[in-house]
Design a protein. Structure first.
Length: 252
């Protein structure tokens, strides 16, 4: 589990609400491990570098994945300082287990789109188009936040479909489109935007009723609690919130 928690990219996050003008933790140092939803990859990689620049004594390591799997790692004792989830439900797994240090704070929101190959060769315009004969669709598994959101959106549209694959995180679902293994996938707007050279994101109205809140929290057993608190505050600071908004996230 330690290996799982320490795998991934280098960067960081923070959970406390920052004071006006706050940019980093004064004098924080050491290693910081952040477990974060896969959809945060590009944004947190940038924010992590910014945090290391603001705090030269800190080294941030990210482990990205499906929020439900990361929550299970935490409740099983994997060492980490910060958890950033793609839904309140997966965060609740951690808080109910007593593994959070204080209350989680929602720092951004995210919305689904239909990811298709560049040029939209199948002419997909709505969720109902995903039921066309022979069309291959990828979804996230229901226990993963992007899968739970997809289920809610499909129900709102009264669309029933059988995906050819259920993936454990949104990046895996998106990769199926990029590789041409499926014709479409329901992914977050931010993931489609990050992969804009390979895919297009088709907006659909039912996604407005399935927006996911993203909560973040420092962990009770954090090896580096001061850096963890500083990182959570840093993520919520103005410049870093702009990084998230530019990536396609919405303000909380």
């Amino acid at each position: 589990m330690a290996a799982l928690a320490l795998s991934g990219c280098s960067d960081s996050t923070d959970t406390s609400t920052p004071a006006a003008g706050a940019s980093s933790g004064a004098g924080v140092s050491g290693n910081l491990t952040v477990l974060a939803a896969a959809s945060l990859t590009e944004s947190f990689n940038k924010i992590g570098k910014d945090f290391e620049t603001a705090n030269p004594g800190v080294k941030v390591t990210f482990s990205y994945g499906g929020s439900s799997g990361l929550a299970q790692q935490i409740t099983s004792g994997a060492p980490a300082d910060v958890f950033a989830s793609a839904s309140p439900a997966t965060m609740k797994t951690v808080t109910d287990a007593g593994d959070a240090n204080g209350e989680a704070a929602v720092f951004v929101k995210n919305q689904l789109v239909i990811a298709v190959a560049k040029g939209n060769p199948k002419g997909i315009k709505a969720l109902s188009d995903l039921t066309a004969p022979g069309l291959k669709v990828a979804l996230c598994a229901e226990q993963v936040p992007c899968g739970a959101a997809a289920k809610k959106a499909l129900a709102a549209a009264n669309v029933k479909l059988t995906p050819v694959t259920l993936e454990q995180d949104v990046k895996s679902a998106l990769s199926k489109v990029k590789l041409g293994e499926v014709d479409a996938a329901l992914v977050y707007r931010t993931d489609a935007k990050a992969a804009a050279t390979d895919v297009e994101g088709i907006e659909f109205p039912e996604s407005a009723g399935a927006i996911n809140d993203y909560p973040i929290v420092t962990l009770k057993s954090a090896p580096n609690p001061s850096a963890a608190a500083a990182f959570v505050a840093f993520v919520q600071s103005g410049p870093e919130l702009d990084v998230l908004i530019d990536a396609g996230f919405q303000k909380p």
